[in-house]
Design a protein around this ligand. Structure first.
Ligand code: PLP
Length: 277
């Protein structure tokens, strides 16, 4: 079952107009929200970020917080899996003619739920590889936009090179991953790019920061350089579906001699506790 414009229907029966601006222009925003043990994780934070995205592109939020909660909980209940990821997208809606500027339209709301199987600690401790690329995206990466062409090209490159993630840099500074936020550990300090137009303000990013504080790491929300990574004690990526992954190989060079720093384990365990709260 999926949710489309107020109705729960079978996915195969769900359809939208060819004049939908999401289809024509990628004119829309989205969220991915994890559900653990049947409970929606950090819903308020995701809805706040959704509101920011909608405000940024002048779409009126079609639902209140409580209405979103009701819809998402109901969609959740159609599936037997206790851990799920909810994908929701809102486009500007269908117009009568294709034009770049817009009038006020009725937004199209689509939501689907998919099983979520987070990697176990043992699976994560193997470590992952990544490669770096210049960040060619636009300067509003804070909007969780469905226009994802650059991210799609990066994801395909990651697939072709069999790496977990593409880590992006702009003017030598690491911004984020193609689908994640990035953290560098050095001498008990965890560095990550500050929020703003160059990165998506990850919900997991905030939780990594609070978990790292609980693990007595210092936090520096300041940009770090691509060159700094050579001497890092650790490099992690974070996202709602991948949680906190240690990168042990970047551009075919080992990070911290391929050894995952014990601070990762502490932050990982703390994050897992948050999921049970
Ligand atoms: N940055 C980008 C570009 C992303 O696509 C994502 C998630 O998909 C993130 C960061 C992490 O955000 P969150 O932790 O809210 O999943």
């Amino acid at each position: 079952m999926v949710f489309l414009n107020g109705t729960f229907i079978q996915k195969i029966k769900a359809s939208i107009s060819v004049m939908d601006r999401g289809f024509l222009f990628g004119d829309g925003v989205y969220e991915v929200i994890p559900v653990y043990q049947g409970k929606i994780f950090r819903l308020t934070e995701h809805l706040d970020r959704l509101q920011n995205s909608l405000d940024s592109i002048q779409i009126t939020n079609p639902y209140s917080h409580d209405e979103w909660h009701t819809i998402l909980t109901k969609l959740n209940s159609f599936s037997p899996e206790l851990d799920q990821s909810l994908y929701l997208q809102i486009t500007r809606g269908a117009d009568t003619q294709r034009k770049h500027n817009f009038d006020t339209l009725t937004p199209t709301v689509y939501i689907e739920a998919n099983p979520l199987t987070p990697k176990s600690k043992a699976q994560l401790k193997i470590g992952f590889s990544a490669m770096t690329r210049e960040d060619i995206r636009w300067h509003r990466c804070d909007i969780k936009s469905t226009s994802l062409l650059a991210n799609i090209l990066y994801a395909q490159e990651a697939k072709q090179h069999q790496v977990e993630e593409i880590i992006l840099f702009r003017n030598h500074e690491i911004t984020e991953g193609a689908t994640s936020n990035v953290f560098m550990l050095k001498d008990n300090t965890l560095f990550t790019h500050p929020t703003g137009p160059n990165i998506l303000s990850g919900i997991t990013r905030d939780l990594v920061i609070s978990s790292a504080k609980a693990c007595r790491l210092d936090i520096q929300e300041t940009p770090f350089l691509l060159d700094d990574i050579q001497h890092a004690d650790g490099l992690w990526i974070s996202s709602s579906t991948r949680e906190i992954m240690p990168i042990t190989l970047l551009d075919n060079r080992p990070i911290n001699q391929g050894v995952i720093h014990p601070a990762w384990s502490c932050v990982h365990d703390h994050y897992q506790q948050l999921k049970n709260d």
